[in-house]
Write a protein that binds this ligand. Structure first.
Ligand code: CUK
Ligand code: CUA
Ligand code: CA
Length: 623
């Protein structure tokens, strides 16, 4: 039975009203915390499947791209509640990202004012999420960043040289991450120093591998065409990218001329060997080894696929990868084993790597998998998700009369990415699917001309996809990952460690001034520089005031000596545009010029105590 169309509000009423009785039942204890068990396993009548009772924890974590907000977000699932925002490429006054010295060390000098984050991917070991890091791209600023999963904070940002607009991003699965693969979408002159400005034939782009441990750029590969999304295999041998602009066009019409574009496969072993053998060049001031992977190179394989493909997704059984047609109603399925054959000289043409090309509907953008042999493809133009069987599609391509299509589910409206729980790992559990839709239209209360996006939670544990919930999201999630909370919950710290590397440099600087941050409340003066050290402990700062001269460069360093979970303090300096978070056992610092004489109150911005409002002090700036 097909579920009613999602446009029908009665359906949600039905689900909500379904049974308020079903809350009873066992809750699992994981890491000493209550996690509600899978609602779909419970007997009817039950609560709506996205219901998580007050005080209960979600069974899954979701890590959501924040798009042009430049941040990443943490959601609880199935409730779809937003739990936290992690500033990455953006500035964030709430926590002082882009304001504190610690965050500015990560962001680098003269960091751009924001970013466009599309793809969050967690580090893997042998094809399983390992809870170390989440890597993300910045299309707007051509960067790759890393978020530490223990403290959920960005700890490295790497600008990618020689290219423009990092779009697709994926992580190596085997043996582990390893490489972080990053696609530069736009073609530019090389070097991009003013030469060949209006000579698009000379433009080019490159595929980049970043070392996920050091966050240094390992190597780059020049390609023909452009690069959109990327993916890699489960054996650590290949990465693959889609190209929608094989034409090398610079205007829309030019980029749609060819009936076929391609996916390009990168042979990681051969690339590493070429670099080891010195067969590379460097460009401009960059020291990154660059190899040539254009047509004719033994490092790459160009597989023709229909017109302007978008997403590329590897199946969790490790056998296949799909390129999603976008301007073609098809998804092209290719086998990694055939890629082996190609590089071993056993295929006549790269196109022989194709093992299926199911026709699914209009505007296929991305495909997700459930680990049971089914694939779920978003159809942007049709506003649907198509569920299909991979083996049946392969059999049909081989000439058998089988129907690979299982179901089409209407979504609201026009999905881009979709993602299944653990679907990009060997552990794909076939429980949840999220459709990340680009338009909300009439689904929520009006919020002005700008509408939220709409992410829809879909239960895929049964034979049919069932729409469970609508969740509005701010601009603009492209992609997300979903994993059971038990995989991560015990790796996440509740307070900082005093030896955390995130603020180690600040601690070292204090030591030079003879300061022990946990107990000293002191002002150190060095010429025009003033260093103010103080503790915070609810509801007091260690210094009720400090005095500086107009024009001094002032560094305020605060150490939160409270060690109770969740007892965060803030430090906001009125009329100076400064605020920062100091969580339990954390040290945060900020440097500014005291350019206005007078009395300026500083106050705590996180409500920490009954006397939180009284937690304040004065900066006295002498004229
Ligand atoms: S994405 Cu970046 S344009 Cu389809 Cu992975 Cu949205
Ligand atoms: Cu400390 Cu509010
Ligand atoms: Ca094209």
């Amino acid at each position: 039975m097909l579920p009613p169309a999602p446009g029908n509000p009665a359906r949600r009423n039905f689900m909500r009203g379904g049974a308020l009785a079903g809350l009873a039942g066992a809750s699992g204890i994981i890491g000493g915390m209550n996690i509600i068990p899978s609602a779909h396993a419970a007997n009817e009548p039950s609560m709506p499947k996205d219901h998580v009772a007050p005080g209960q924890l979600d069974e899954y974590y979701g890590f959501w791209s924040g798009g042009q907000s430049g941040e990443m977000r943490i959601l609880g699932m199935p409730s779809m509640r937003e739990l936290m925002r992690i500033p990455v490429f953006n500035t964030d006054f709430a926590v002082g990202w882009g304001i504190t010295n610690e965050s500015r060390r990560v962001l680098g000098k003269n960091f751009p004012r924001g970013g466009d984050l599309h793809h969050p991917h967690m580090s893997q070991t042998h094809g399983h999420y390992d809870g170390r890091y989440i890597f993300v791209n910045d299309k707007a600023g051509t960067r790759v960043a890393r978020i530490r999963c223990d403290v959920m904070r960005t700890d490295k940002i790497t600008p990618i040289p020689n290219v423009q607009a990092i779009h697709g991003l994926r992580v190596q699965r085997e043996p582990k991450t390893g490489y972080v693969f990053a696609n530069a979408e736009f073609r530019i002159p090389s070097p991009n120093d003013g030469r060949d400005l209006d000579d698009p034939k000379k433009y080019q782009t490159m595929f980049t591998a970043v070392n996920g441990e050091t966050m240094e750029v390992a190597w780059q590969v020049i390609v023909d065409g452009n690069l959109d999304n990327t993916e890699c295999d489960y054996e650590g041998k290949y990465a693959v990218s889609t190209c929608y602009n094989s034409e090398g066009g610079v205007v829309l019409a030019d980029m749609m001329q060819s009936e076929r574009d391609w996916v390009v496969v990168f042979n990681l072993g051969r690339i590493e060997a070429a670099i080891k053998a010195g067969k590379f060049k460097t460009i401009g001031s960059s020291k990154v080894p660059v190899v040539d992977g254009r047509h004719g190179s033994e490092l790459t394989m160009y597989i023709p696929v229909p017109k302007n493909p978008h997403g590329v997704n590897a199946s969790p059984d490790g056998k296949y990868f799909t390129a999603n047609g976008k301007l073609s109603p098809t998804v092209t399925v290719m086998a990694w084993s055939k890629v082996d054959d190609y590089f071993n000289g056993k295929l006549k043409t790269p196109r022989e790597a194709v093992v299926a090309e199911p026709q699914l509907g209009l505007g296929p953008l991305h495909t997700a998998y459930d680990g049971r042999g089914f694939a779920y493809t978003t159809l942007f133009i049709d506003s649907q998700i198509a569920k299909w069987n991979i083996q049946d599609a392969i059999d049909a391509y081989g000439g058998k009369k089988v129907n690979y299509l299982r179901q089409k589910l209407d979504v609201a409206y026009q999905p881009g990415h979709n993602h299944t729980s653990l679907g990009e790992t060997r552990d794909a559990d076939g429980h949840w699917l999220v459709s990340l839709n680009k338009f909300a239209k009439d689904r929520f209360l009006p919020t002005g001309p700008l509408h939220p996006d709409l992410d829809q939670l879909i239960d895929i544990s049964g034979d049919q996809m069932v729409l469970v919930a609508d969740a509005p999201v701010y601009s603009e999630p492209h992609d997300a990952i979903i994993l059971p909370s038990k995989m991560l919950i015990n790796k996440v710290k509740r307070t900082w460690s005093r030896t955390d590397p995130f603020f180690a440099e600040t601690v070292a600087q204090a030591k030079k001034h003879g300061i022990t941050l946990e107990k000293d409340n002191k002002v150190v003066r060095e010429g025009n520089q003033v260093f103010v050290y103080m503790t915070s402990s609810a509801p007091q700062y260690g210094l009720p005031n400090f005095k500086v001269k107009k024009g001094n460069e002032v560094t305020v360093t605060i150490t939160n000596v409270d060690s109770i979970e969740d007892l965060t303090h803030g430090f906001c300096l009125t009329n100076y545009g400064i605020n920062m978070e100091i969580s339990p056992q954390e040290t945060s610092s900020v440097t500014f010029i005291a350019d206005k004489p007078g009395v300026y109150w500083y106050y705590c911005t996180f409500f920490c105590h009954a006397l939180h409002l009284e937690m304040r002090g004065r900066m006295l700036v002498e004229a």
